[in-house]
Design a protein around this ligand. Structure first.
Ligand code: G4P
Length: 532
């Protein structure tokens, strides 16, 4: 038994206060990997950018960070990158960069305290950004908006603000305003000081851009009309009440906006400053009963992501835990709330570096990876001393459905074990019905990429290759036994039991669902879109 050093309440409070834990939400190609790298560069966590710009050589599946990890030798277990900026510890939690959705992406948002919504200036708010934004809104997460690729011709800045307001309901309150239209990015007007920050690109954008500050008068001399337009637009925003207000931002009413060109490292410094100054620190989290557990209570945390086989050499099983309160010491024995059993955290690994680094200590807001954690599921709570259970992880409404069959019927044991394990890890939702039988579970996913992960894992981790048969459903609704009985007579609707005990009715089209509701208004058909 390792005895942790004494830690005072004050230590925990001050460590929690200097944490900023966030995720980037964006549509693929908006520049998330480029921005991540630019942040690391500006925080001096790396000294040169450029290794991961672009898609060349990327496998495009698992995670964009995999490519970054391969290119740089960054720890493959990273679910979060941690770096220091000024006196602040920043935890950037990875949202898997799949070309489409997976539930992972949504769950990550339960582990963060804020989100950065990254928007491509020429595309505006794209589909996946909006889906992720909806989850942020449900979770009440403060959102900072970053308009990227201002160096490329794109939309008008004011038009983008209107779009944000109309589609998210948040009032955009720009902290910086671009000088020069999209495609002619010269710098930004710092709306709080009134100064002009001029950017000068460095060769290949590999190092931090040079920033020069000018007074408004000098800015006008230097940039002429571009400056005049920027300051007029900024005044207009002020008149419209679109100045940053910290309380309204934290309350989820407004979104501070920054303009940047991640690939040139323009505007990245301002994002770091905004995270430090405005993003919330790690704060008390509500448990399942709605009681807020103070950050300086004894250690507690919850699993938001489980991964296996990330390291080919040791086929390990890592549970990523967000620390909610107290201090985590490697080696401490905590309690697994679901089973009441002790869990030894001897092998806590984490974070950022050439190799897996061992986490000796972690504080509220941090993420630790617990190795050999096969007993831990997504959503499980862990605690020391005072029991606590955090709310369960929401299960999102599946939109894609496939029947899984073992490719080799003699492998039915491996098949069953593999499907159960992937269900347990939250890789896929598993549904069954008497009609289909045990050997033909229906898999449900939020994004079709999840099926590729299942196929790959079943073959390589469980030695049970599978064949997937597509089902024509697009929508799922929660139902009950009585309604299921009636729906059972409709040959176009299928009712299945999800492994969490929820009965799901599957419909092929919204039109079919509407007709069913119209013909049978008495049926229970609840929306699953908000999770659970
Ligand atoms: P993602 O992780 O969100 O999917 O995006 P990623 O960073 O991979 O960036 C997608 C593309 O957008 C890349 O171009 C990247 O270089 C480019 N990009 C990112 N930020 C900016 C920016 O601020 N300005 C401009 N002009 N481009 C940006 P690519 O064509 O895929 O590769 P490459 O040929 O540029 O290397």
């Amino acid at each position: 038994m390792i005895h942790p050093p004494e830690v005072s309440n004050l230590d925990v409070l001050s460590e929690a206060l200097r944490r900023r834990t966030f995720a980037v939400i964006s549509h693929p190609d908006a520049g998330k990997s480029t921005l991540t790298e630019a942040l690391l560069l500006h925080a001096h966590a790396i000294d040169k950018a450029g290794a991961v710009h672009g898609k060349a050589g990327r496998r495009g599946t698992v995670s964009d960070w995999m490519a970054m990890e391969q290119a740089r030798g960054i720890s493959v277990t990273s679910a979060a990158i941690q770096f220091d900026y000024r006196d602040t510890v920043i935890n950037l939690v990875d949202t898997p960069g799949h070309a489409d959705f997976s539930e992972d992406t949504f769950r990550v948002l339960s582990a963060v305290d804020a989100a950065v919504m990254l928007v491509d200036a020429s595309k505006g708010l794209e589909v996946q950004t909006m889906k992720l934004f909806d989850v942020c809104r449900q979770r009440g997460l403060p959102v900072i908006t970053v308009i990227n690729k201002w160096d490329r011709p794109g939309e008008d800045a004011l038009a983008l603000m209107d779009e944000i307001r109309a589609r998210t309901g948040l009032i955009p309150t720009p902290l910086t305003w671009p000088v020069g239209i999209s495609g002619d990015f010269r710098g930004v007007l710092d709306r709080r000081s009134g100064d002009y920050v001029r950017y000068t690109r460095t060769p290949g954008g590999a190092t931090a851009a040079v920033e020069d500050r000018f007074s408004p008068a000098d800015a006008e001399t230097a940039e002429g009309d571009a400056w005049v337009t920027a300051s007029e637009e900024s005044s207009l925003l002020r008149v419209e009440g679109q100045d940053h207000d910290e309380a309204r931002f934290l309350a989820g009413e407004t979104t501070p906006v920054l303009f940047c060109a991640a690939v040139l490292n323009f505007g990245v410094q301002q994002l770091l400053e905004t995270l430090v100054e405005s993003a919330p620190p790690a704060e008390a989290r509500a448990d399942i009963a709605g009681r807020r557990r103070p950050v300086n209570a004894a250690f507690s945390g919850f699993v938001f992501k489980v991964q296996s086989g990330m390291n080919a050499a040791h086929r390990d099983h890592v549970a990523f835990v967000r620390v909610c309160s107290g201090v985590f010491h490697r080696g401490m024995v905590v309690t697994h709330a679901a089973s009441g059993r002790p869990f030894a955290t001897k092998y806590a690994q984490q974070m950022f570096g050439q190799e897996r680094k061992t986490a000796d200590e972690a504080w509220p807001g941090d993420v630790v990876g617990l190795i050999n954690a096969a007993s831990l599921r997504v959503g499980d709570s862990l605690y020391d001393q005072d029991p606590v259970e955090f709310p369960p992880m929401p299960l999102f409404a599946p939109e894609h459905f496939r029947v899984a069959h073992p490719a080799d019927s003699s492998k039915h044991k491996q098949f069953r074990r593999g499907i159960d394990q992937l269900d347990h890890e939250g890789v896929i939702q598993v549904m069954r019905s008497e009609l289909r039988g045990d050997q033909a579970p229906v898999l449900g996913a939020v994004g079709p990429m999840q099926f590729e992960v299942v196929e790959d894992r079943m073959t390589h981790d469980f030695g049970a290759a599978i064949r997937l048969e597509a089902l024509p459903y697009q929508l799922a609704r929660r139902t009950d036994r009585e309604s299921a009985e009636i729906l059972g007579h409709d040959r176009q609707v299928e009712v299945l039991l999800r492994s969490d005990g929820t009965l799901l009715a599957l419909f092929s089209t919204p039109w079919r669902l509407r007709n069913t509701v119209r013909d049978h208004p008495e049926l229970t058909l609840e929306d699953l879109a908000t999770g659970s």
